[in-house]
Write a protein that binds this ligand. Sequence first.
Ligand SMILES: NC(=O)c1ccc[n+]([C@@H]2O[C@H](COP(=O)([O-])OP(=O)(O)OC[C@H]3O[C@@H](n4cnc5c(N)ncnc54)[C@H](OP(=O)(O)O)[C@@H]3O)[C@@H](O)[C@H]2O)c1
Length: 393
Amino acid sequence: MASTSPFTVKWGIMATGWIAEMFTKDLLTNPVSRDVHDVRHEVVAAASSSAKDKAADFLAMVKAPSSANAYGSYHELVADPNVDIVYVATPHSHHFQNAMLALEAGKNVLCEKALTVTAAQTRKLVETAKSKGVFFMEAVWTRHFPLSIKVRELVSSGAIGNVYRVIADLSFNKDAADGKVDFADSHRMVNPDLAGGALLDLGIYSLTWVFQTLYHTQPEKDKEAPNVVAAVNKYHTGADETTSVITQFPKHKSMGIALTSLRVGTDVDGHNSGGAAIRIQGSGGEIQVMGPAYRPLQYKVIKKDGGGRIEVVDCPIPRDEERDWGHGMFWEADESARCLRDGKEESATLPWSESIVIMEVMEEVLKQGGVAYPELITTDVYDAQSPLNTGMR
Ligand SMILES: NC(=O)c1ccc[n+]([C@@H]2O[C@H](COP(=O)([O-])OP(=O)(O)OC[C@H]3O[C@@H](n4cnc5c(N)ncnc54)[C@H](OP(=O)(O)O)[C@@H]3O)[C@@H](O)[C@H]2O)c1
C-alpha cells in the first residue's frame, strides 16, 4: 500500500525582516488547518546578513523548533546541507545576487517579489535554475490563493464571456503634510538603492491581476507579450510614487490597466468603502475582487443578464488555532513543496516565462517614466562577494 505520510520540505530563511516573519509563521502552521495533507514544512535554518544573534532572535520570535540553525551570513545558510529550499526575503534590490548565491549552491529557491530589478536579471536566474536542475519560483503568494484559482477558472470557463478589460489597483495613501510620503528617504519603499518605488513593490500586484486573468488563462500558443504605455510621477528620491500602466494584448483585443500609488489609497478609509480593487470585465459580465490586491478575501460575480443579482463569495484565510496564526503565504509554500516532490523545476501557477514577461513590462514602465536604479543593483553579473551577498551596508 502506498505511504500516506506527507512529503516534508526543509526550509532555510534568508533575511529576518517583516515578510520573512509572516512567511515563516505560515510555514510553521499545521497544514491540516487548511485541509492540506500531502505536504508539510520544517524550518531548519534562518540567516541574517548582519549577525547570528539576529537570526537566533528571529527563530525564537517565530517559535521555530530549537533544532533550527541560526546563521550570521547568507553564505553559511546556502552551504547548509540540511536546507532543501531557500526563501529569499531581502529587499528586491538584493534578490538577483541573493537568489544566485542560493542557486549556485544547488539550492531550490522561492524568491520574494518583485523577482528582480531588471528583466535580464530574471532571465539569468531562470537560466541558472535550469542549468542547476533546481526549483525556482517568484513568491507571488496571491497567485496560489483559492480565490485566485477560482477567479481564473471563472475567466477560463467563460463565466463572464470574453474578458476585454481588467482594471487593477494597489495603492496606499502615505501622503504626508509636507509634500513627502510617510516613509523616510532611506526606507526601501522610496530608496533607489533598495529598488524603491510603488511599481516594483505594489504595482506588481496590479499587474499580477492583469496577467493572471488576461495572459495566464490563454492557451500557451496564444500567449502574447503586451504593448505597454505608462505614466510615472516621481518622488524626490527618484523612485516612482504614482504609476499607471496600460497593457494592450492586440491579438485578444484586451487591455489591462494596472495602477499604483503612494499618494492615494485603493482603500479610502480603512473600511474597504472604496469598492472593488480589481474589475475583470467581460462581454457577459464582470468579476469584482475586493482588495487589497495582494490578499483579497472576497469576490463578486455580476452577470450582464443577471437582473441585478450579485453573487458574493467570501474566501477567508484558514487559521491554525493552536498557533493562532494564518496569513495566506502557506499556499505558495505548499505549491513549492509539491513541485519539489514531483521533481518540477517550475510551477505551472507562475511559470518562469510569465515572471520574465511581467519583469519586461515593469522594466519598460520604468524606462518610460525615467526611473533609473544604481549599477550595483541592476547588474546581471553574479558576484558571490557583492556587498548585497556579504551584508555590507
Ligand atoms: N509577499 C508580500 O506580501 C510582501 C510583503 C512585503 C514585502 N515583500 C517583499 O519582501 C521583500 C522584503 O520586504 P520586507 O518588508 O520584509 O523588508 P524589511 O522588513 O526591510 O526586511 C528586509 C530584510 O532584508 C535584509 N537585508 C539585507 N540587506 C539589507 C539592506 N541593505 N537593507 C535592508 N534590509 C536588508 C534584512 O535582514 P537581515 O539583516 O537579517 O539580513 C532585513 O530585515 C521585498 O522584496 C518586498 O517586496 C513581500
